[in-house]
Design a protein around this ligand. Structure first.
Ligand code: FO1
Length: 311
């Protein structure tokens, strides 16, 4: 079993490379649930849904969220009732939201709902939300507003000066049953190339999960989401700066040094290998990690599996 910590688009792209080599039943994903938000009366779980749609073949492969060829007529019509529409849910995507919200309102556990959706969509990979209980990433702006990550990223297009970032509810987060057992069973655990502040921290800052990583760092490996000072996608640079962290592979390695034993950087950053090793104590290896096509992801997957003696 290979387990991924995932959020956003970087790790899902890497997972596609692994799927070229491994069978889905040998893959598990712990998806960030701190991007989750209540909107339009619905419970939305973007990072979890991207993984559900990826494994079921439904994912929009351009945007890397939502369903391929979906339409947005329902939300367009909702605007007629003066609803403030800034987060786009496709017509087909709405079905999953109606299903999940109904079940959550009945008191069912998020992880069991995800499990049921995965089965109905014919998925054999294991997919877990990072927390059973709602947690959310919040951004405090320099003007003093306290907004949800999705408002920062989608509503304001990231054009907000960030004072600080925090994860609301992280102390009360509940690790779904099966997560720690799956981590134990895994030959390799991969911290994917996702945003370290808004995708990975909300998973590894959950007490039980952080302690698991600290005890098992030998089989854990992280992939840098930053190449030569630029993040592979999303608002990583601004968020890292707000946390007083350098937005470079070294800055990310500093965050992960107690959680894994190996850190993979891009070949463009190869010259910084020994500096990162000396400053973090991690084993640093350079590979191509910009997933411009599936072959790059597949090559990296092969490299990781071979170095872990899995294939
Ligand atoms: N991202 C956008 O930039 N605009 C949207 O309207 C939007 C809608 C949306 C609906 C469902 C979903 O699962 C994801 C959606 N995303 C949208 C992506 C999402 O905001 C973020 O990219 C992730 O949360 C980052 O991990």
């Amino acid at each position: 079993m290979i387990t991924f910590l995932s959020g956003g688009t970087g790790t899902p792209k890497l997972i596609q490379g692994f799927r070229e080599i491994l069978s889905d039943k040998d893959i598990a994903v712990i998806a960030n649930s701190a991007d989750d938000i209540w909107l339009y009366g619905l419970y939305i779980s973007p990072d979890i849904d991207t993984i559900l749609y990826l494994f079921s073949g439904l994912l929009d492969g351009e945007k890397y969220w939502g369903i391929n060829n979906d339409t947005f007529q329902t939300l367009d019509f909702l605007k007629r009732y003066n609803e403030d529409i800034w987060f786009n849910l496709g017509d087909k995507d709405l079905a999953l939201h109606l299903f999940r919200t109904k079940k959550l309102r009945r008191g069912e556990k998020l992880s069991l709902i995800i499990d049921q959706v995965a089965k109905q969509l014919g998925i054999s990979a294991k997919i877990f939300p990072s927390s059973e209980k709602h947690i959310e990433t919040r951004i405090v702006t320099k003007e003093g507003d306290d907004i949800h990550f999705q408002e920062f990223w989608v509503k304001h297009r990231g054009n907000v000066s960030i004072d600080k970032v925090y994860i609301k509810g992280i102390e009360e987060a509940i690790v779904p049953s099966g997560v720690l057992e799956t981590l134990d069973e895994s030959e390799i655990v991969i911290i994917g190339p996702s945003n370290p502040i808004t995708s990975i921290s909300p998973i590894v800052e959950i007490d039980q999960i952080r302690r698991w990583f600290q005890k098992n760092k030998e089989k854990c490996i992280a992939i840098s989401p930053v190449v030569g000072g630029s993040p592979l996608s999303g608002p990583t640079a601004e968020l890292m700066k707000a946390e007083d962290r350098e937005s470079t592979a070294l800055g990310v390695a500093q965050m992960y040094k107690t959680l894994c034993s190996c850190f993979i950087i891009d070949n463009q950053d190869k010259g910084r290998t020994s500096e990162i090793e000396q400053q973090t104590g991690l084993m640093v290896e350079a590979q191509d990690i910009i997933f411009k096509d599936i072959d790059v992801a597949k090559n990296l997957a092969n490299y990781i599996l071979q170095r872990g003696n899995v294939v």
